[in-house]
Design a protein around this ligand. Structure first.
Ligand SMILES: *[C@@H]1O[C@H](CO)[C@@H](O)[C@H](O)[C@H]1NC(C)=O
Length: 106
């Protein structure tokens, strides 16, 4: 191997190593973000709800049919108390009708 090729080879190896290290650190950042996101998602999934949908306590009605009327409902998610979802919402849904609510969070 001539000294010229040797210097080129060292330079090329350094170039590849630098590129590899910079790409690895960029991936490490994304990996940390992905790990933090996964931890956050699992914390939400593992959180115990204050309302137990499987509870059989309380009065169970045999046959429920009727109009639904909401009067002056205000609602915020506990996780985002600064963002109102409903403010003073009133809504009537007659028996047998299907309604869909669509809203966007600012
Ligand atoms: C809610 O809306 C009603 C009218 O539908 C109004 O009289 C009342 O003042 C409102 N309440 C609040 C807290 O904005």
């Amino acid at each position: 191997m001539s000294p010229i090729i040797g210097i080129r080879g060292v330079f090329f190896a350094l170039l590849l190593a630098t590129t590899g290290i910079s790409q690895t650190s960029a991936l490490a950042s994304d990996s940390a973000k992905a790990r933090d996101s996964a931890i956050s998602i699992f914390e939400i999934v593992d959180r115990k709800s204050k309302i137990d949908p499987g509870s059989e306590e309380g009065q169970v009605l045999e046959n429920v049919r009727g109009d639904i009327e909401l009067r002056h409902i205000s609602f915020r998610y506990p996780t985002r108390p600064d963002v109102p979802i409903f403010t003073n919402l009133s809504l009537s849904i007659p028996s047998g009708k299907v309604h869909m609510l669509c809203f966007s969070i600012p």
